[in-house]
Ligand binder design. Structure first.
Ligand SMILES: Cc1ncc(COP(=O)(O)O)c(C=O)c1O
Length: 411
């Protein structure tokens, strides 16, 4: 195995980089939605050609649909180290958390406390705040303005004997700060509360291990982890059995179906297996022993991804720090406390103006609050103009980072 990761090997497997819309662009909008490898497209195409019927019947097309969907679910389960039967595959994370909150609502009594942050994407705030309708009391765990990160001491100070639920982000989609989610989950459990973790901004960059994390529910968006537009929600079996059915009455007690009104998106579920097909093929390209256990192979690969992302994040941050008038949001140096989502503002220019100037140079970045509305407000920024956000993944190259820095107005 190489010590450093060559993103060229990965990019060769992503048709978008060589497409008419992607060819000349330096792509930094991964946190919005990542490109997909050819294996995902192949799975999707095969399903549409050979299996585009209702699954569950014995004839060949239906049997293939059943099998392909099971493979897609198993792929996501393998990615996050969770049993496949604990996964909900829904429209997206916003929908999954909304449904989960409705399913949890009957478990709350008036006066029960729910802790939410002001750092999360609104998908992990609004559904919980709405539970005031059943008498829940909301406590806000605010991030530290100096570090733009959540401090666990802040959580400890909020936990009381009435706390029933703690909701937090594994990584922020704005500040890039990574939360010690395992410790937060432990603290919640010690207080007798459930813990729901939003892993959307963490999962594309580092390996998720739900067996170790022990969260009661963990959400991520496959379409940001090089897959199709599906939201994945893993729910611990002990909790699944206690949730209020959100599906047709005859599906009560039918595992994750009770959390998936309308059921999973069929062809997209099938295409999810293309993500792990890709990871396995890449590991093979890199010389990884194919007989190793799947988890070993995936750990090895993500280790390389993380090293690559950290090196590029350091390069990007150093470049940004050198530009007069640019203020980096969140930690100014790379490391395990920081995911490769890097946001910044410019002292003299609006974020819109900066993003537009960079887009004119074929650098795909965006500006705004990215639905982390409360976080941007707490940072003291104009919420509508927001921040300029860049997001690096394992396919990002040093040359792209240099193009980004070069395209920055005032650089
Ligand atoms: C951190 C975070 N959580 C939740 C979401 C919502 O995900 P979805 O678009 O799948 O609803 C996003 C989307 O950008 C996000 O960045």
């Amino acid at each position: 195995m190489p010590a450093a990761f060559d993103p060229g090997l990965a990019r060769a497997r992503f048709p978008a980089f060589d497409s008419d819309t992607g060819r000349d662009w330096a792509f930094f909008e991964n946190a919005g939605g990542a490109y997909v490898p050819r294996t995902v497209i192949d799975r999707l195409t095969r399903f549409m050609v050979e299996a585009k019927v209702q699954p569950g019947a014995p004839f060949p097309a239906s049997a293939l649909a059943t099998a392909m969907m099971a493979e897609g679910t198993a792929a996501m389960a393998a990615l996050v180290n969770a049993p496949p039967e604990t996964l909900v595959l829904g429209a997206d994370t916003s929908t999954n958390l909304h449904v989960l909150a409705n399913a949890l609502a009957p478990l709350f009594d008036p006066g029960d406390e729910i802790i939410v942050t002001n750092l999360d994407h609104e998908a992990n705030i609004t559904p919980w705040r709405r539970l005031t309708r059943v008498g829940a009391v909301i406590r806000e765990w605010r991030f530290e303005p100096e570090t733009a990160a959540l401090d666990l001491a802040g959580l400890e100070a909020l936990l009381t004997e009435n706390t029933r639920l703690v909701c937090l982000p594994h990584a922020s989609n704005i500040t890039g700060s990574v939360c010690d989610a395992a410790r937060a989950v432990r603290l919640a459990h010690e207080a007798g509360a459930l813990a729901v973790v939003d892993g959307v901004s963490f999962a594309p960059h580092a390996l998720v291990d739900l067996a170790a994390l022990n969260a009661d529910a963990y959400a991520f968006s496959a379409y940001k982890v090089f897959g199709p537009h599906v939201g994945v929600l893993a729910v611990r079996p002990e909790l699944l059995g206690r949730l209020d059915n959100q599906n047709h009455m005859f599906l009560a007690g039918k595992g994750t179906l009770a959390l998936n009104p309308g059921g999973p998106p069929h062809e997209l579920t099938a295409a999810l297996a293309g993500v792990t097909d890709y990871l396995e093929a890449l590991d093979r390209d890199l010389g990884g022993p194919p007989d190793d256990a799947p988890r070993t192979r995936i750990e090895r690969l993500f280790g390389l991804f993380e090293g690559h992302q950290t090196a590029l994040t350091a390069r990007l941050l150093a470049g940004l720090r050198a530009v007069p008038g640019v203020r980096v949001i969140g930690a100014p140096v790379a490391g395990p406390h920081r995911s490769p989502t890097v946001a910044f503002v410019h002292e003299r220019l609006s974020s819109r103006a900066v993003a537009e100037a960079m887009q004119a140079r074929k650098v795909a970045v965006r500006h705004g609050h990215f639905y982390a509305w409360r976080a941007v407000e707490a940072l003291g920024l104009d919420v509508d103009d927001g921040i300029v956000r860049t997001s690096l993944v394992h396919t990002t190259t040093a040359e792209e980072v240099d193009r980004l820095l070069d395209a920055l107005p005032g650089a």
